[in-house]
Design a protein around this ligand. Structure first.
Ligand SMILES: O=C(O)C1=C[C@@H](OP(=O)(O)O)[C@@H](O)[C@H](O)C1
Ligand SMILES: C=C(OP(=O)(O)O)C(=O)O
Length: 451
């Protein structure tokens, strides 16, 4: 579970043009939620296309710890035999969420309004991340919390006998915080209201409605999203088909755009409007990305992407777009390294509290590979089009997206690029190297001599 030991350096270098048709693994946000909501429903939920990554498997363990039965079936799908809202058992052991921010924050929301005690731990990365953003509204609902200084993990919580429904304005753009409050509200009598000034991914709202919760979304006079949830519903099990993860798709998209001669089709990618900021941005940069076969499955839009190598140009990415591509900035910065001119990315303050300080990690990684960039508190400017880029070693800080983004850099750069730990990729995309090798990418274990 934890990557605290034995880092495994990995190097990528230019191979052949990338060609072929692939599917990226299931969406991480929807996978976590499928297991969680399946646990809160009474009866059997089935999940096809679940992302089998370390983060999601940590959520499966946490749900088992409160009584859910979660099994992989011979056809590869998962079944979740839920025990029902209000009936969670008290976990007998400490719950280890490894690297998974979404997993731990949403689970704190669920457990926090149940009258059970639970203790959460995580790896060195998760233990640095702020949990107060979730623990504070839980305290307002009556949950007792003991956490390390600054509300970091390890943390223990015990929910009240009866949680108080809350009206809560989310202070930062965070789908995790919004979701944690809504999930805690599920087990509180009355109405929980979450006001979201800046819209973020809406999987919790959509999926809870699918599971039979009474939940509505409207806009107030200030144009803010207002989500109203009626507490203590009886959730009904669902059959879920998890679409491909657009955040994972970001890596082959940028690789196909930047490795000369590439032509790649990525099938069945989730196209939820709160997740497609990277595609919009890359098209604005001149990327040849065609969306074909748009269709709807399970209440979500999906489509196939055909991506061809393109001449990119630098642009300003609107700050308002950040929540719809928040996990994609590392790989966007790599695309920007190949674009003519400057790419300016404002509104990045949330990047500082991800698996690593991603703003700093990206800037140091670009610098190590000879790519000029300027980092401020909440912006990044990358000057692209440089000739001899690559040749550096990138410190990943237990951050899967930093590792994958810089391996993509190595695929198109003049010299190979090494990341200090390739094992962290298993957090979200365990088949990353196999899938890219099939397209023509070149990886080598260890550091490259040229790097
Ligand atoms: O709700 C979710 O599934 C997620 C929300 C985002 O986090 P924040 O809520 O911290 O922005 C995102 O970075 C994360 O990968 C998944
Ligand atoms: C930020 C991420 O995940 P989490 O917050 O769930 O750890 C991510 O996957 O990029």
């Amino acid at each position: 579970m934890s990557h605290d030991s034995a880092p495994a350096p990995l190097t990528s270098s230019m191979g052949t043009p990338l060609t072929g048709t692939i599917r990226v693994p299931g969406d991480k946000s929807i996978s976590h939620r499928s297991l969680m909501f399946g646990t809160l429903a009474v009866g059997r939920t089935t999940v096809k296309g679940l992302l089998e990554s370390e983060d999601v498997l940590a959520t499966a363990s946490a749900m088992r710890a409160v009584g859910a039965r979660i099994e992989k079936q011979p056809d590869g799908s998962y079944t979740v035999d839920g025990i029902g809202l209000g009936s969670l058992l008290e976990p007998e052991h400490v719950i280890d969420f490894g690297n998974a921010g979404t997993g731990v924050r949403l689970t704190m929301g669920i457990f926090g309004s149940h009258n059970i005690a639970a203790t959460f731990i995580g790896d060195a990365s998760l233990s640095k991340r702020p949990m107060g953003r979730v623990l504070n509204p839980l305290r307002d609902m009556g949950t007792n919390v003991i956490a390390r200084d600054g509300d970091r993990l390890p943390a223990s919580i015990r929910g009240p006998e009866q949680a108080l429904p809350l009206t809560y304005r989310v202070p930062m753009p965070s789908a995790q915080v919004k979701s944690a409050v809504l999930l805690a509200g599920l087990n509180a009598p009355g109405e929980t209201v979450v006001i979201e000034p800046i819209p973020t991914r809406d999987h919790t709202e959509k999926m809870l409605a699918g599971f039979g919760a009474e939940i509505s979304v409207s806009l107030n006079e200030a144009g803010e999203r207002v989500i109203r949830l009626k507490g203590q519903p009886e959730l009904k099990p669902q059959n879920i088909d998890v679409p491909g993860d657009p955040s994972s798709a970001g890596f082959p998209i940028v690789a196909a755009l930047t490795v000369p001669g590439s032509d790649v089709i990525i099938g069945n990618v989730l196209l939820n409007e709160h997740r497609t900021g990277l595609i919009t941005t890359l098209i604005e940069m001149g990327g040849d990305i065609e969306i074909v076969n748009r269709r709807e499955t399970g209440g979500e839009e999906v489509g196939d992407l055909r991506v061809k190598a393109s001449r990119l140009k630098g642009i300003t990415v609107p700050a308002t777009r950040a929540p719809s591509m928040i996990d994609e900035y590392p790989v966007l910065a790599v695309a920007a390294a190949f674009a003519q001119g400057d790419t300016f990315m404002p509104g990045l303050e949330e990047l500082r509290v991800k698996e690593s300080d991603r703003l700093a990690a990206v800037a140091r990684g670009l610098e190590a590979n000879g790519i000029p960039c300027v980092e401020t508190e909440d912006t990044l400017t990358v000057t692209g089009g440089a000739n001899a880029i690559g040749g550096g070693t990138v410190v990943t800080h237990l951050d899967h997206r930093i590792a994958m983004a810089f391996l993509v850099l190595g695929m198109a750069a003049h010299k190979p690029v090494t990341v200090d730990d390739g094992a962290v990729i298993a957090t979200s995309f365990p088949d990353f190297t196999a899938l890219f090798s099939g397209l023509g990418a070149k990886f080598a274990a260890g550091a490259s001599e040229a790097a």
